[in-house]
Ligand binder design. Structure first.
Ligand code: SF4
Ligand code: SF4
Length: 361
């Protein structure tokens, strides 16, 4: 298992302001092989489509999502990327209402479509492919200045459900940090305080307007009230947001993010320790809601905690799962398995089955 520091996964701007805890190492998420997307892989060696396993479109990978990019990360992107990758963002800044002093904001129309589509759109819909995804080259053009959601999403986790829970905690932590730093930058650049509140809450109530439907620019008065003295100088504004956060010290960060940062960090720490725990619950039972499919070579694909992170088990292992019925503890169950089959599942194997929630409490 290869490792990396948590901070290595995050935008550089967080280096030096996030607590020392982010220097800790975690397993690299090597199961999410983004360049050759793991969600393209056929589940069978023959390459036949698998009936149960979900896959994502070659055109989109998992990028059927529209991010909200914080002002300071946008400024970092604009300060560093000079290539074709910047075209889409510059286009949004010049022509679309989706750029505000808080950063790039998901359009209301896209929000509506995401909320009112079946979950199966994810990883498959052409309509919802992210505007910052380069379809031809198959990569994210704004990485590594991406937001908390894109930054912490993997389709598969080396540590199964524990990995998923860890990254969800990091996402919640970073999302809160983003909100705080967005406000910090806006406040220090003299944005209208009422606007700061409205923009940060990011609520867009009411039905879709003609402007929302047709991606029309904001009317002049709304634009001027949103941007104030920065109207027409948006790129400069975003770059200044980046510079302000870049200069931030750790004590300043702690002051700005307050007690909520500390609470969210405590949750991250708890999920972090689960990544390395090899303790098992006293009693385990086969997950009654897992999805399974027999595939070629007498193997089974089992989806325990997630339909996109399957666990491959040989028949011999599959057959012992039903001994775990929750009526006796793990030790007694293993004894019974040995008496009936001669096979003794070792502790590490049981930990893996529990991590992927094939065995549950
Ligand atoms: S995280 Fe996304 S791009 Fe990476 S392997 Fe998974 S689906 Fe593919
Ligand atoms: S911002 Fe990048 S990672 Fe996120 S959805 Fe868009 S292309 Fe994918």
């Amino acid at each position: 298992m290869t490792t990396a520091r948590i901070i290595d996964y995050l935008p550089d701007i967080y280096n030096g302001i996030l607590p020392d805890f982010f220097e800790k190492t975690i397993p690299r998420e090597t199961a999410a092989t983004c360049e050759s997307c793991a969600m393209w892989q056929p589940a069978t060696t023959s390459g036949k489509e698998n009936k149960t396993l979900r896959s994502f479109s070659r055109e989109s990978k998992c990028c059927t999502h529209y991010p909200n990019i914080p002002n300071y990360l946008l400024g970092g992107f604009l300060s560093h990327k000079k290539s074709d990758d910047a075209k889409k963002i510059l286009d949004i800044i010049s022509n679309s209402p989706g750029h505000t002093p808080r950063g790039i904001v998901r359009p209301k129309k896209i929000q509506f479509l995401m909320e009112n589509s079946q979950r199966s759109f994810f990883g498959r819909s052409k309509t919802l492919i992210c505007p910052f995804f380069d379809k031809e080259k198959g990569y994210c053009t704004i990485r590594p200045f991406w937001d908390a959601v894109c930054n912490t999403w993997f389709c598969k986790y080396v540590k199964g459900y524990d990995g998923f829970q860890f990254w969800v905690a990091i996402r919640k932590y970073l999302s809160y940090v983003e909100q705080s730093l967005i406000q910090f930058a806006m406040y220090n650049l003299n944005c209208n305080p009422e606007n700061i509140e409205n923009l940060v809450s990011n609520e867009q109530p009411g039905p879709l307007s003609l402007g929302d439907l047709d991606d029309l620019p904001l009317d002049r008065n709304r634009y001027l009230s949103q941007w104030g003295k920065w109207a027409g100088r948006e790129i400069e504004f975003y770059k200044k947001c980046y510079e302000l956060v870049l200069k931030m010290t750790r004590p300043q960060f702690e002051e700005i993010t307050g007690i909520t940062q500390k609470i969210n960090l405590a949750v991250v720490k708890s999920k972090y320790s689960d990544l390395f725990s090899t303790d098992l619950p006293r009693v385990l039972k086969k997950n009654s809601s897992m999805v399974e499919e027999k595939i070629e070579g007498d193997q089974y694909l089992i989806m325990g905690y997630s339909m996109i992170d399957p666990f491959l088990v040989p028949k011999k292992l599959y057959e012992i799962l039903s001994f775990f019925d929750g009526n006796q503890d793990v030790e007694a169950t293993c004894k019974m398995i040995k008496e009936h089959t001669g096979f003794v599942p070792d502790h590490d194997l049981l930990v893996e089955l529990y991590r992927f929630r094939i065995l549950t409490t």
